[in-house]
Ligand binder design. Sequence first.
Ligand SMILES: [Zn+2]
Length: 419
Amino acid sequence: MSTILLKGILLNGAVKDILIKGSRIASIGTSLAVPDAPCKIVDCTGKAAVPGFVNMHTHSAMTLTRGYREDAKLQDWLQDIWKVEARMDEEAIYWGTKLACLEMMKTGTTTFYDQYWMIDSAVQAVQEMGLRGEHAFVALDLKDEGKDAAIKAGMEAMYEKSLEWGERCRMTVGVHAPYTVSDSMIQWCSGFARERGLSLHIHVSETEQENLDSLALNGCSPFEHLQRLGVLGPEVIAAHCVWLSENDMDIMAANGVTAVHNINSNLKLASGSRFLYNELKGRGVNVCLGTDGCGSSNNLDMREAMKTAALLQKGWRRDPEALPLGELMDMATLNGACALGLDCGVLEEGRLADIVIVDTDNYAFVPGLDFLSDFIYSANSSCVESVICNGEFVMENRVVPGEKEILENVRRVCKKLYI
Ligand SMILES: [Zn+2]
């Protein structure tokens, strides 16, 4: 069990010491005694501590599609992305996920909710990199129930394997979206998740067209349809939720559904920009933040996502008090941890030691009147100096072991994707 003592670090406005034993924060105080056992002591003068970000929606190996097919309509973009994805093999997913982990470390994310293919390869990458991954096995039958037997068998086999993944990675159930998955498959996935205590991740109401199509096909909105299917509950984590009626939000609140806001992706694909944060929060819905995959958001930078989310809320509402800093930080950390039942997302004694060390000795943090304001609005993510996940340094002084090898291998596998 390793022991780390962070000496003299700014935490919630006061200078403290943080003692980490094993995977957890053992104590927080002033002038903590150095323990007898071997202990790594880090002088944190001029640094600040924040919880590692929890990115609640991404497709991590889509780092491989970063910058491909810009300025295109959603359907055109998707058609082209699918052609590239069809060429991805396990090696590509492995290196693409490693690149995602590298970027997440550099930008302060310690936990991410992934929905992509070949999750064994992704999990191997995450285990080696040292982050926390929630890996949704995706059901996507394109409404062809003939495919369902194979999907069910794959889901069951992967669940058995996932029991050996160790403490940082977990399998969850993914349903791509109500418009791409048959009703019977959605209900089967819901039962599978509930029987095993897993969360269920699904894209819902991302575009206006999706809602119009649902109305034409089912006579109701996607959330109303999911409620009729009996699959909504506190285990459901719904990505996007851009186009919501009053009734949709009442349904989400009544069922304890978590919403994940992915502002950069929504803006880039022009899916919609008026996320109903106040209305969801007012009903008690847990709202988290995600980046979505690099195919649409181009990066996995949660700090940038926070800034965009806040600026948009203030802008379209014409209300500068909308989405204040404390709530913004919770959306990017604690709310996600709560949705996943993880003991991280806030720096307190007894919690998991998922900690980002921020360098405040630069122009963005001077004069230093409000740390969160400087961190989110003034700085960029190069201020993330070191990252601890599960009580271990995964990045120290911006050095990630194997960084060069990751870049070289991603360049190599991409030659096979773009031919
Ligand atoms: Zn997505």
